[in-house]
Design a protein around this ligand. Structure first.
Ligand SMILES: Cc1cc2nc3c(=O)[nH]c(=O)nc-3n(C[C@H](O)[C@H](O)[C@H](O)COP(=O)(O)OP(=O)(O)OC[C@H]3O[C@@H](n4cnc5c(N)ncnc54)[C@H](O)[C@@H]3O)c2cc1C
Length: 808
């Protein structure tokens, strides 16, 4: 075996081989793949090989779109035959919500140049004569769906990589790994060791085992998934080589397609099964679990009713194999936090359909330092340590049984909750809080009242809780309202070198002592990596606050760029040590004055100031900033004191009719102020200039910050698209993230956030739009659930344009 390679991929399934293939395409041909058995011996060999484009996730859609385009040309490109049948597919809709979902996804897909089509029952029948269509409202046609032979695909990818110089070692199991002091890794195998600069963990359901070798826990569990293949069906034999489109009946929860002259049926059943909770058997490879048809009996019956020819013959073969699941069913892709040059690319539940795209993303990450697409929902750093085995198991089983459920926006599923709660959790629940989980933290979404109208929690249209949200927004605008925000990521930076180091990290200016400022960290390519509120405290200390979901991501970014060049710097993650209370509204000063003796006047405590103020039996770090655009303060309070501080506020608040508000109201209020949301409006695919945030970038500052060169170039060229607010003439549904913006027939932009603004009584969309169409007053259209709605470019912020309320 070679003693050195620039990069080593562990695992020779579809995903590992795709990573190897894409590395070589990017010029990294000194690449090695280590496979403990034969290529495909994990989950790949037995996969059904379905390759949809469809997904309710924007990022999964990207991966799958890249895969299907690659698979169409791969056989010819590398000279290796692959059975790949592009048959098209039909998804069946039984309900109105499913129809809304299809309309929503069809629009997203169009933004990625995929032509999905909605079919009437008679059009379905014309494409698939064997389907019974009772109760079916319509179908969604994905013309590029189909099935591929997973083993041939894997071999073709491996061949493509080998042809460019990569090496594949089969029967070479990785047994241990050690970080080298000079950087890079030493990998041990029974055949000897190999040193490498970079490692990619593509070990499939054994991804957790490989992660454990570097001391990391990955949230993965192995479930079993099965499909059956029937004997030949005379009606299909009679059709000769013609193949039926693939069918998915998500409201019942199965896929059903032609396999040679028989049919292949695979359900996602409501009672999934987990395996190997105490550890994986070391010799399991190229094997299956025992058939367990009893688990899927009801689905077989339903499928036979839908396609009667299915029941006309016997079952030829059952495949029941291991399939890895992360809690949300999405893969774990990206850099391992806390170590250098180690990447994960595992836990794929649809790894055949996603291998092409995933290989591209991980190869770009390794070679270029970041992928072209921002794939945060797939990033392995989205999970924090609470996502332990208990959590993964509960969540994975829930995800499995909902694999085909309608993908509602804002759905909050119950498994694995509550994981982390604020000390105020019980109090808030007692007054009607309805919670959702963010980064594992339970946060109030809204406060229900007994006389509120009932209705489903989830819908693509405005659900019943919009009335509660309207009430909470009115309280914040007219009186005073409080929001508990546990889990806000908080980092305390100290040391003589702290200021100089931070200046190198952020694109903007560091605040003066006693002040706070919004700041952006950019990647070397100028994309927005992180948004942080930076406060400078006495004694050269800084507090950085960022999104709850980004805790591990931001901590990783800080540590990865830590430098003691300018003097000592230390980073402490104080997220869980402090709770955060937001107190906002025109009467917030009066209320706070009742609970602290600090001077809160504009002169003593102006907008963007930060002070420590005594409240109850503690001292809170108070910042005169907020995300809702009203007079107000953020109070960061030691967690053990939070209930006492809250009690004081509530007692004093009776005089002011203090209201409580939740995340949904905050979302509505921030839309009106056009405050950007991290990973919705701000991603690595956008520069601050595109995001219309130039005022937060100091290209000419003394410190040479990360991304400056790229941002200079981008500023000189001018952005092709810019972030603007749109006022939308919507009826009962608002623009969702990734809705298309049109000018006539032409797609000219993409919505990144949308919703209803209750202070303005308008439907709002925040969007990136072609720069020549960003003048206020420009008439455009936004597609919402298949309908074009008039949208007019407006000037930001939409609410309180001179920030008079914030500065009041
Ligand atoms: C019944 C069934 C049907 C499915 N149908 C579909 C489908 O239609 N479409 C779809 O997209 N997906 C499907 N899947 C899922 C799909 O099989 C997986 O998502 C996919 O195969 C994952 O590929 P992978 O390369 O990530 O992992 P794997 O194929 O599991 O590859 C990982 C490789 O790593 C190797 N390895 C592990 N540990 C080590 C080590 N220490 N050293 C060296 N090598 C190591 C393993 O031997 C293995 O070869 C199905 C799954 C099942 C169970």
């Amino acid at each position: 075996m070679k003693s050195h390679a620039r990069v080593v991929v562990i695992g020779g399934g579809a995903v590992g081989c795709s990573a190897l293939y894409h590395l070589t395409r990017l010029g990294w041909t000194d690449a090695v793949l280590l496979e403990r058995d034969e290529l495909t011996a994990g989950s790949t060999w037995h996969a059904a090989g379905n390759c949809p484009n469809f997904s309710t996730s924007w990022n999964i859609l990207k991966l799958q779109r890249h895969s299907t385009a690659l698979y169409e040309r791969l056989a010819q490109e590398v000279g290796y035959d692959i059975n790949y049948h592009v048959t098209g597919s039909i998804r069946l809709a039984h309900t109105a919500d499913r129809v809304d979902e299809f309309r929503h996804v069809a629009s997203q897909a169009r933004a990625q140049h995929l032509d999905f089509e909605l079919l009437s029952p008679s059009q379905i029948k014309a494409r698939h004569p064997f389907l019974e269509l009772d109760g079916i409202r319509l179908g969604l046609w994905d013309p590029k769906d189909g099935d591929i032979d997973p083993a041939q695909l894997t071999q073709a990818l491996a061949k493509g990589a080998r042809d460019l110089g990569a090496t594949v070692y089969r029967h070479t199991r990785v047994t241990a790994m050690r970080a080298l002091s000079a950087g890079g890794w030493r990998i041990e195998t029974p055949a000897g060791s190999i040193e490498t600069e970079y490692v990619i963990n593509a070990a499939g359901y054994r991804g957790g085992e490989v992660a454990a070798m570097i001391g990391e826990y990955l949230p993965i569990v192995s479930l079993s998934h099965q499909y059956l293949i029937t004997d030949d069906i005379p009606a299909l034999v009679a059709r000769g080589p013609a193949r039926l489109p693939l069918v998915r009946d998500p409201d019942v929860s199965y896929y059903l397609r032609q396999e040679r002259h028989g049919l292949l049926l695979g359900p996602y059943e409501s009672h999934g099964r987990a395996h190997w909770l105490e550890g994986l058997p070391s010799e399991f490879a190229h094997q299956l679990f025992a058939d367990d048809l009893g688990r899927i009996e009801t689905y077989i019956e339903a499928a036979c009713a839908r396609m009667p020819i299915l029941g006309s013959v016997g079952v030829k073969r059952v495949i029941n194999g291991p399939i890895p699941y992360a809690p949300d069913g999405n893969p774990l892709i990206g850099p391992a936090a806390g170590v250098r040059n180690f990447f994960h690319c595992c836990a794929f539940t649809f790894g055949i359909a996603q291998a092409g795209g995933a290989g591209r993303v991980i190869a770009e990450w390794v070679v270029n330092g970041e992928p072209d697409w921002d794939v945060w929902p797939l990033d392995c750093r989205r999970y924090l340590p609470f996502a332990n085995r208990t959590y993964v198991l509960a969540k994975a089983l829930e995800t499995y049984r909902n694999e085909y459920a309608v993908g509602y926006p804002q759905e909050e599923r119950p498994a694995g909750r509550p994981a982390k709660t604020s000390p105020l959790y019980d109090r808030l629940r007692a007054i009607g809080a309805v919670f959702g989980a963010r980064g594992g933290w339970e946060r109030a979404l809204y406060y229900a009242r007994p006389d509120d109208p009932a209705g489903p929690e989830c819908s693509f249209r405005r659900p019943h809780w919009h009335r509660a949200v309207a009430r909470e927004c009115a309280a914040a605008a007219n009186g005073v309202a409080a929001l508990d925000l546990p889990g806000f990521a908080k980092f305390e930076i100290e040391g003589a070198g702290a200021a100089a180091w931070l200046d190198h990290l952020i694109a903007g200016r560091l605040p003066r002592e006693g002040r706070t400022a919004l700041n952006y960290c950019c990647s070397p390519r100028g994309g927005i990596v992180s948004e942080m509120t930076v406060s400078r405290l006495p004694d050269g200390r800084f507090w950085l606050i960022s999104a709850a979901a980004g805790e591990r991501h931001d901590e990783h970014w800080l540590h990865a760029h830590l430098s003691q060049r300018h003097g000592p710097v230390s980073i402490a993650n104080v997220t869980a040590r402090y709770g955060s209370l937001v107190v906002v509204g025109p009467r917030s000063r009066e209320l706070l004055a009742r609970v602290t003796d600090t001077d809160l006047s504009n002169e003593a405590f102006p907008w963007l100031a930060v002070r420590t103020i005594p409240i109850a039996y503690t001292v809170a770090l108070a910042m005169r900033v907020n995300y809702v655009g009203e007079l107000g303060w953020e109070l960061h309070v030691p967690s053990e004191h939070l209930p006492a501080v809250h009690e004081r506020l509530v007692a004093a608040g009776r005089e002011f009719a203090l209201a409580h508000f939740g995340l949904y109201a905050m979302e509505s209020l921030r839309l009106e102020k056009c405050y950007r949301s991290w990973k919705a409006d701000l991603t690595t695919e956008y520069t601050p200039c595109m995001a219309s945030l130039e005022r937060f970038v100091r290209l000419d500052k003394a410190a040479d910050f990360i991304g400056r060169q790229a941002l200079r170039k981008a500023a000189a060229a001018g952005p092709k698209e810019r972030f603007v607010p749109l006022l939308v003439d919507a009826t009962d549904a608002d623009a969702a993230a990734v809705s298309i913006v049109y000018r006539g027939a032409e797609a000219v932009g993409l919505v990144t956030s949308g919703g209803y603004g209750y202070r303005l009584n308008r439907s709002i969309a925040l969007a990136y739009v072609r720069t020549d169409l960003t003048a206020p007053g420009t008439e455009l259209e936004v597609e919402i659930l298949g309908e074009r709605c008039r949208a007019v470019v407006a000037r930001e912020p939409l609410y309180d344009p001179d920030n008079l309320r914030l500065r009041a």
